[in-house]
Design a protein around this ligand. Structure first.
Ligand code: ADP
Length: 399
């Protein structure tokens, strides 16, 4: 019987989970993936097993009051559905590893304290991630808990791409360009290493989902990201504004008398695709909308991507490959086309027919830059790290 790993990703009102079998292969085998959403509002359980989807509202005696209750429901369902699975370790997605953690690690009381200290750097995510670890420890006492940080992959970036133009004391206290989506970038880099190692020399990865960012990678190592101190910077996103002149924030505070909570709500929840369009945060809705504001929101999203692409290619000194991933990057032919047309100046020759067919390579044969469309899998990355850090199976190579 092989060891099993649970991966957990605890958000403000949801817990995403997956179960993997560590069978000694390079990648563990995913058995199921699911989530409880709407904790504290109207919670729903959802999971995929094989080709089947299980979905039900959690009400009455099942109603989870908090993350602990939700985790109990997940564990109860996993042990009922997979009674033979021997849970050997739990892997957690933790948004912030601060300036110091550049790799996944075993979580103990001391490291948990250090991670709590990073909560002010990611107040909307970190406390929930850590509550997930505490709840998992209570549910599985003595089982190794491994923290996998979304910031870790970016710790290789040079100082000039890590700092702001502020006096050094701010950098020292942790005001840095951390970058996020690191588990996704790491997964894509590992896949590219297997598939086309030469393409990892100079690469720009576009993770375009509800949250969206881009990352310049050189020789497999992160050089620069569009996200910075917080996951607000860079591209416009489902509900987040992306890059903004700090003068706008001063104006909101000084002239409009807006407080921190109100500004945070505007920038995180009421901006981006949703705020600009007044229609939806979902790219599918915008693509099918006739409203001029929906078209403008898409045009702005695309314009920022193209501008960042030029900037990140300057960081890597040109690119051997681009990779589109994330819900929009993997699925939206329209957005990929909008980003790639007219980019011949950068050595990118787009193959519209391959894009329409949903091919994995959407650059033309003669294109100096190869353009891939690859599905990301952050859970698989967490599970692979967890196996290695908890020493459950022979060490596996990472990109
Ligand atoms: P998250 O950042 O929450 O993990 P995802 O990477 O799952 O988000 O991306 C979700 C987004 O992907 C949705 O909001 C939707 O806009 C977009 N998306 C999914 N499928 C398509 C599609 N076929 N066409 C356009 N956009 C899509």
């Amino acid at each position: 019987m092989s060891d099993h790993i649970i991966t957990l990703n605890a958000g403000s009102s949801s817990i995403k989970f997956a179960l993997f079998a560590a069978e000694g292969g390079e990648w563990p085998r995913m058995i199921t993936i699911g989530q409880i959403e709407g904790i504290g509002v109207s919670p729903e359980f959802e999971a995929k097993v094989g080709g089947n989807k299980v979905k039900r509202a959690l009400t009455g005696a099942e109603l989870p009051k908090n993350h602990d209750d939700a985790l109990k429901i997940i564990i109860g369902w996993l042990s009922e559905t997979f009674p033979d699975a021997k849970i050997a370790a739990i892997g957690h997605r933790v948004v912030h590893g601060g300036p110091i953690y550049s790799a996944p690690m075993l979580i103990d009381a001391a490291s948990l304290k250090v991670l709590e200290g990073f909560s002010p750097l990611a107040p909307l995510h970190q406390p929930h991630n850590l509550a997930g670890i505490a709840a998992a420890e209570r549910a599985f006492p003595g089982i190794p808990q491994v923290g996998c940080f979304d910031t870790a992959f970016h710790r290789t970036q040079p100082f000039v791409n890590d700092t702001f133009g502020l006096p050094p004391q701010y950098y020292e206290e942790g005001v840095r360009r951390y970058g996020f989506h690191g588990l996704s970038y790491e997964y894509i880099a590992s896949r590219l290493k297997d598939r086309d190692p030469a393409a990892l020399r100079r690469t720009v990865v576009l993770h375009l989902g509800n949250g969206a960012s881009m990352c310049a990678i050189r020789d497999g190592k992160a050089q620069s990201s569009t996200m910075g101190f917080s996951p607000l910077d860079g591209l416009s996103m489902g509900t987040r504004c992306g890059q903004i002149d700090p003068g706008v924030l001063l104006y909101l505070m000084q002239s409009k008398k807006m407080g921190a909570a109100e500004i945070s709500d505007l920038l995180y929840k009421k901006s981006g695709l949703k705020g600009m369009s007044g229609v939806s945060s979902d790219m599918r809705d915008l693509e099918s909308s006739e409203k001029p504001a929906a078209k403008q929101a898409i045009e702005y999203f695309v314009a920022r991507i193209r501008r960042e692409l030029g900037g990140l290619m300057a960081v890597t000194g040109g690119a051997d490959a681009l990779v589109f991933t994330g819900g929009i990057g993997s699925n939206s032919k329209f957005i990929r086309e909008q980003v790639l047309v007219g980019m011949e100046w950068a050595g990118i020759v787009f193959d519209a027919a391959a894009n329409q067919k949903g091919a994995e390579v959407i650059s033309a044969a003669g294109s100096a830059v190869k353009v891939y469309v690859l599905q990301t899998d952050e859970e698989a990355m967490i599970a692979r790290h967890t196996i290695r850090v908890a020493k459950l199976a022979p060490a596996v190579a990472t990109a």
